[in-house]
Design a protein around this ligand. Structure first.
Ligand SMILES: NC(=O)c1ccc[n+]([C@@H]2O[C@H](COP(=O)([O-])OP(=O)(O)OC[C@H]3O[C@@H](n4cnc5c(N)ncnc54)[C@H](O)[C@@H]3O)[C@@H](O)[C@H]2O)c1
Length: 461
């Protein structure tokens, strides 16, 4: 086995490493920058002016990444909390146009594209309004809070002809794209199942985000935050920790399984599962939230022209006592396995021998001495010295180049499409096909039954 492994590493340059980006298992730097979207050069004179709607945690990450794309300029910021407007000005400059009303931002002629980084219950309305106002839209995941909200975005995008991309950066991650090539090439045989998980241990991982000391009805436009959600009195916890409430978020499943399914759909080319069964519990973070902190789900991916049938088991555990945390997608095939973290993975193949072998945990051991002798004779005459089993084939570790940022790649894909009309993988249909089964986990857990979904027609059955 060790000999085979060394053999692979020795020969890796001629096989997998030839398509790999980053540092391969043998320590050689195998950077092939062609695959990195962010290495595509555009003219910095070709300006794209953006507006940010929702200057919270991810609004900053997305804007910072967007501003690294040559020629992108931030013109305006919309947010409902004064402290975040102030923070945006501190970081991006006093020249920014700021408002609490996103429609004022959409009315501006000097804005080409918007980043929608608001809570989930606002995504659909803002995305449709922005497309109708003629803006290109980068909308954070999950694309929608409720499954039925997806169709309006798909239609608005078609009607507007503008670029629309959902913000799960997994779709552009170099690790996901490399894994896609391996699966397509049949490297791990036929896909049997996928295990995908997101585990978190600490309170911020469980969405108990810091609440600023000046949070008040004066500094926060709480009624506007509520939007179409049920009216409740001012509550800073709901505003800053909205994910924990079904009225605004999509829970552990909608928020995090959506990233996992995005990766799985890109790798396999699948349109999604047709059956989702899920369990949900609120185990530990009993802070007034009504969202689960432990979700386990099973999904059936039926055979399609793109792939044979496979199963997905997935979980989000915000109560992880192992203390490791983490995020992973493990693709288990009949001839190998790919184990993906965030932007890195390991992969291993095996080869089964054609002879069945005998002995060990086998009925052979229970035969009489005479029976064993007869069997051995027969086996040798049929299979010779081939004692069956399997051999480990290739083993490899993939890592992206140092400092690699999948969010930057994802935003680069978006701005390239804005400039050149190039294709978007994570478009509105893709976004709904990843969001709907994730949100369906909540439905299945609440209704205590499997949810049937038509991934082609994008309809609940
Ligand atoms: N792609 C990723 O890796 C990733 C990571 C985290 C969050 N997200 C997504 O990004 C979105 C935002 O998450 P977050 O953690 O940044 O939340 P956040 O609470 O930190 O920020 C949301 C901001 O939106 C503002 N807002 C709310 N309603 C608004 C309205 N009607 N008009 C204008 N502004 C409004 C709030 O004032 C707040 O500052 C969510 O959909 C989340 O799922 C994506």
């Amino acid at each position: 086995m060790e000999k085979n492994r060394r053999h692979f590493i020795k020969n890796m340059g001629a096989s997998v490493a030839a398509i790999a980006v980053g540092t391969a298992a043998n320590g050689n730097n195998q950077t092939d920058k062609k695959i990195l979207h962010s290495s595509v050069r555009v003219s910095a004179n070709d300006k794209v002016r953006i507006g940010l709607i929702g200057a919270g945690i991810i609004g900053h990450f997305d804007t910072d990444a967007a501003l690294k794309v040559p020629g992108v300029e931030l013109v305006a910021v919309c947010d409902l909390y004064t402290g975040r407007i102030d923070a945006a000005k501190e970081k991006y400059g006093n020249q920014l146009f700021t408002t609490r009303d996103y429609r004022e931002l959409l009315n501006r002629k000097d804005i080409d594209a918007v980043l929608i980084c608001t809570p989930d219950h606002w995504h659909q309305r803002m995305a449709v309004d922005a497309l109708e106002a003629g803006k290109h839209v980068y909308c954070e995941k999950p694309m929608v809070q409720k499954i039925e909200q997806g169709y309006a975005i798909i239609n608005a995008q078609k009607k507007s002809g503008k670029v629309f991309q959902v913000g799960s950066q997994r779709a552009s991650s170099v690790a996901i794209l490399e894994a896609q090539k391996l699966v397509k090439a049949g490297t791990i045989g036929e896909l049997s199942f996928i295990q995908a998980f997101c585990d978190r241990t600490d309170s911020r991982g469980a969405w108990q985000y810091s609440i600023p000391r000046d949070a008040s009805p004066e500094t926060i436009d709480f009624d506007r935050f509520l939007g179409d959600a049920p009216k409740v009195p001012f509550d800073a916890t709901r505003f800053f920790r909205w994910r924990n409430y079904k009225d605004y978020g999509t829970g552990a499943a909608g928020d995090l399984i959506v990233h996992l399914l995005t990766g799985i759909h890109v790798i396999t080319g699948s349109l999604g599962p047709n059956k989702i069964f899920s369990l949900g519990d609120l185990k530990m973070w009993k802070d007034g939230r009504d969202a689960y902190d432990v979700v386990n789900a099973l999904m059936n991916y039926p055979e399609t022209p793109q792939h044979k049938a496979f199963q997905v088991s997935t979980r989000v555990n915000l109560t992880d006592g192992e203390g490791k945390g983490g995020f992973g997608i493990k693709l288990v095939g009949t001839e190998g396995v790919i184990d993906i973290g965030w932007n890195e993975f390991t992969y291993r193949t095996l080869k089964r021998k054609s002879a069945p072998g005998y002995g060990g945990y086998d009925s052979y051991e229970s035969f009489s001495a005479k029976g064993k002798e007869e069997f051995k004779k027969w086996y040798t005459s049929k299979y010779g010295e081939d004692f069956g089993g399997y051999e480990i084939g290739k083993e490899m570790a993939f890592a992206p180049p140092k400092g690699y940022d999948d969010r930057l790649d994802h935003l680069t894909v978006f701005f390239n499409a804005v400039r050149t009309g190039s294709t978007i993988v994570e478009d509105a249909s893709f976004g709904l096909r990843a969001a709907a089964p994730s949100i369906a986990c909540n439905l299945s857990a609440a209704l205590d039954k499997p949810i049937k979904w038509d991934p082609v027609a994008m309809k609940l059955l």
